[in-house]
Ligand binder design. Sequence first.
Ligand code: ATP
Ligand code: MG
Length: 254
Amino acid sequence: MAQSTSSTGNQPLIELRHVDKHYGDLHVLNDINLSVDRGEVVVVIGPSGSGKSTMCRTINRLETIDSGEILIEGEPLPQEGKDLARMRAELGMVFQQFNLFAHMTVLQNVMLGPVDVLGVSKDEARERAMDLLGRVGVAEQADKVPAQLSGGQQQRVAIARSLAMQPKAMLFDEPTSALDPEMINEVLEVMVRLAQKGMTMIVITHEMNFARRVADRVVFMADGQIVETGTPDEFFSHPQTKRAQDFLNSIKGH
Ligand SMILES: Nc1ncnc2c1ncn2[C@@H]1O[C@H](COP(=O)(O)OP(=O)(O)OP(=O)(O)O)[C@@H](O)[C@H]1O
Ligand SMILES: [Mg+2]
């Protein structure tokens, strides 16, 4: 059997080892261990305040940690400076609020990072941006400003903007929870296609159908800990812990 000796071959793309974090007395992340392989889709669920967003934000160092390690392709997260900026660009992040630049057109929003951070020429950035806007179904909105778009369209632009940086992985923090119900599916469909194309994704969401359909693994968090992890079928059909059972019962019918 051929053994890969490449330095990145068998390594997880993202790895958290014994990560701890406090906010004052609150133990917001308690010995978090999580490893995400290339192409894997991990859905993170759990009650409000359980630390899901905090965990996600530590991965690209929007939050610091007290102890433990976070490795990207086996390398520790850079502390600061250019290396940190480069690494951040490699991890796309999409939030509940779309955070588009209000005074720029959709096209300018998607071109900005590649031109300013990656040093791509404007012509090339424009071409790539239009391609991405087409892929998320909003190419015809390219010259509008965000306020002229629906929430679902804005969130799809936000996804295109992240993808324009050619990230190694995408982190989604409740990307559909600020959307009107009729717009949720158009955003989820974009995410499903991204997953099918092999993008590595960590997705915090309450959309259980999405989790069942797309997740390779579900991670259930409560009180700052990963309480349970399994395939969607294992987790949704046979939750092992009382906390997961209670949580699943509490969201049924929503
Ligand atoms: N900057 C902060 N300072 C102090 N406490 C914070 C800060 N950010 C978050 N917290 C607290 O940490 C805990 C975890 O918050 P976090 O946002 O990670 O939870 P979550 O699982 O994402 O919740 P939700 O489902 O409501 O988004 C909460 O109790 C929250 O109040
Ligand atoms: Mg959150």
